[in-house]
Design a protein around this ligand. Structure first.
Ligand code: AGP
Length: 619
């Protein structure tokens, strides 16, 4: 997720671009850059760091032109650096491009362009776009962008300016990343999100998939590159926005946590895209993982280490890898791992999971693994983070910046990362055909997740009602078995960290070993029962709970009968039907929503709960 801005009008572009970039830093902030064109001269400045770091190096008197574009980055290809910062130029330095999204076939296009003599300065997929447009440029920048868009595969929004056509910006959108035109008087604006426009205009047009806009200061022409080469003018559906800037940064959501919960379909799609084939049993591609087939074949054990929510992702990984691949897995929290004098064999790997990539206890665990000569991988959300740089190989979750302290979309991204790691390792392991088929059969279930998460989010009434009732209680228990056990822990962590209600997540079979003593009239027990192999056991556990007159809530897959009849439909939360091994990703969503609506009912500070930090960079 990155931030794109553009301006064409009768004022100096630079201050407007910088102001708009500042409004978009919540979309990405690891590097930034601008390009301003005037009288056939480009002023391009870019730097690693935040928009404020860019402002510190800019020379305003060198950039007085009234057309330009800017970018604030959240890296997906190529770690944060000045060279990888946008804008990217073509060989001639006559056109500049900024992009948000992923060009899935950038590698093939890059090889083709190198063979045609193009020289590259960065590792990014965006620079490929600049050279591809250059390849097609023949005096009309709109046509060149149109032709380039037809060659690319992926999900992207981009903005282009060419020195030889200084009266126009070209905006183009393929698939999901947003790109919005703002209509001014004698000037027009472009931005990835509404907040960056509101200071200048409230009349907007969000580009749609396939559309290309040729934006001049007093005119906007919209065509569509997916039409057979007959560009058509499109009637603009100009919208008038009434949001405040602050509200717009949350895209109308009341806080970042709810916004980020609703971004999870995009997180799943972005993390899978370009790595896991959407159909069939084709190869899984994760080049940045830096893991050879030989290393996979030699692998005897995996150790997963993390903290907090990320630790719960490790627990899911244990169940998944041991059941699906029969590889032994050890799991530990970062704060304990190195102090228990762990032993890592030469054919073992350590996998660290971390949203921020800066958690001190997780970093220390990685160093312990490296000192013992193990290969260390990371699943993280932040390119260029300490953990990303320390690891021998990385699998990036493409969740975009997670602003709320409570980890939601990053957790779902981590679970997708664990599944991608399973698919990647499985393709090189000498396993039985039926085991391979079983793992391949997970793929359609993974690709169905974005729609299924949207289905859950479409009607949260039942969850809200249950959450509001929980908010009146002093304690809450989450119980589960097999892959539901880590989700019980996650549900408890979510609830306690933002509602401050005492919550515990337990292996359901442990109830009679102590916890039952705490159950009494009306005490809430959230029973996660999505795993078919242990469903009957869960029903028995719920009967134990009800026998103590506690309040049992069941979390089940759609179509459940027995638990629903036992606890009553009003105490059931359903997730869409899916494979048991994929279910934890869907179960995450009601766990997040129960905590969210419980905390909301109590009037808590949802994005910034007391005593907590987004990233714990101290031991
Ligand atoms: C989860 O909601 C918390 N914010 C916390 O447990 C977090 O998961 C933990 O601190 C690990 O952070 P990391 O993923 O950035 O390493």
């Amino acid at each position: 997720m990155c931030g794109i801005v553009g301006y064409v009008g009768d004022k100096p572009a630079l201050p407007i671009l910088m102001d708009k970039l500042q409004m978009l830093t919540y979309r990405g902030y690891d590097s930034a850059g601008v390009a301003v064109s005037e009288n056939g001269h480009f002023y391009v400045e870019k730097t690693k760091g935040r928009v404020s770091d860019l402002a510190a190096v800019i020379e305003p008197d060198r950039a007085t032109g009234s057309i330009g574009l800017g970018h604030t980055r959240w890296a997906t290809h190529g770690e944060p650096s000045t060279a990888n910062a946008h804008p990217h130029l073509d060989c001639t330095g006559r056109l500049a491009v900024v992009q948000n999204g992923i060009v899935e076939n950038f590698w093939e296009l890059k090889q083709e362009l190198i063979e045609k003599g193009h020289h590259f300065k960065s590792e990014t997929d965006t620079e490929v776009i600049a050279h591809l447009i250059e390849e097609y440029y023949d005096g009309n920048i709109t046509t060149a962008v149109n032709l380039a868009m037809q060659r690319m595969v992926g999900s992207m929004a981009l903005l282009v300016v060419h020195k030889d056509e200084e009266d126009r910006l070209i905006a183009a959108k393929m698939d999901s990343p947003p790109l919005i035109i703002g209509f001014g008087r004698g000037e027009n604006h472009v931005a990835s999100d509404i907040p960056a426009l509101l200071r200048y205009t409230n009349r907007i047009y969000p580009l749609e998939d396939g559309e290309i806009a040729t934006i001049k200061r007093d005119d906007v022409i919209i065509t569509n590159f997916k039409e057979p080469n007959t560009p058509r003018l499109y009637d603009r559906k100009v919208m008038v926005v009434t949001w405040s800037t602050e509200v717009a940064q949350k895209e109308g959501y009341e806080n970042f946590m709810l916004k980020e919960i609703h971004e999870q379909p995009e997180t799943v799609d972005a993390t899978l895209r370009g790595r896991l084939p959407e159909h069939g049993d084709g190869p899984v591609r994760i080049p940045e993982l830096n893991l050879t087939p030989e290393e996979v074949q030699r692998l005897e054990r995996l150790t997963f280490v993390a903290c907090g929510t990320a630790y719960h992702a490790c627990l899911v990984a244990k169940y998944l890898f041991e059941q699906a691949l029969r590889i032994p897995v050890t799991v530990d929290v970062g704060s304990e791992y190195r102090y228990r004098k762990p032993m890592l064999g030469k054919n073992e790997m350590l996998v660290a999971i971390s949203q921020s990539g800066e958690t001190a206890d997780t970093i220390a665990s990685m160093r312990e693994g490296m000192e013992q000569g193990a290969k260390v991988l990371a699943i993280t959300n932040v390119l260029g983070s300490s953990i990303a740089r320390l690891a021998d190989g990385v699998l990036y979750t493409r969740a975009g910046p997670e602003m709320a302290v409570a980890s939601t979309k990053a957790f779902v991204g981590q679970l997708i990362g664990v599944h991608l790691l399973l698919q990647y390792i499985a393709q090189y392991r000498p396993i039985a055909p039926e085991m391979r088929d079983q793992i391949i059969a997970l793929r359609p279930h993974l690709w169905r997740l974005p729609a299924q998460i949207r289905h859950i989010l479409a009607d949260t009434t039942q969850i809200q009602t249950i959450a509001q009732k929980i908010s009146t209680k002093d304690a809450c228990f989450f119980i589960g078995r097999n892959m539901d056990e880590p989700l019980a822990r996650e549900g408890a962590l979510k609830l306690k960290e933002i509602s401050y209600i005492h919550s515990q997540g337990y292996a359901a079979g442990e109830l009679k070993h102590g916890t039952l003593a705490l159950l009494d009239e009306g005490v809430p027990v959230i029973a996660l029962a999505t795993q078919g192999s242990v469903y009957d056991k869960m029903v028995s556990n719920v009967q134990e709970v009800l026998a103590r007159h506690a309040w049992a809530v069941g979390v089940v897959q759609e179509g459940d009968q027995r638990l629903s009849s036992l606890v009553g439909r009003e105490n059931i939360i359903e997730i869409p039907k899916t494979h048991d091994w994929v279910a934890p990703i869907l179960t995450s969503v009601p766990m997040q929503l129960l905590s969210y609506y419980g905390a909301y009912a109590l009037g808590r500070d949802i994005d910034q709960p007391r005593n907590l930090a987004k990233s714990v960079t101290v031991e």
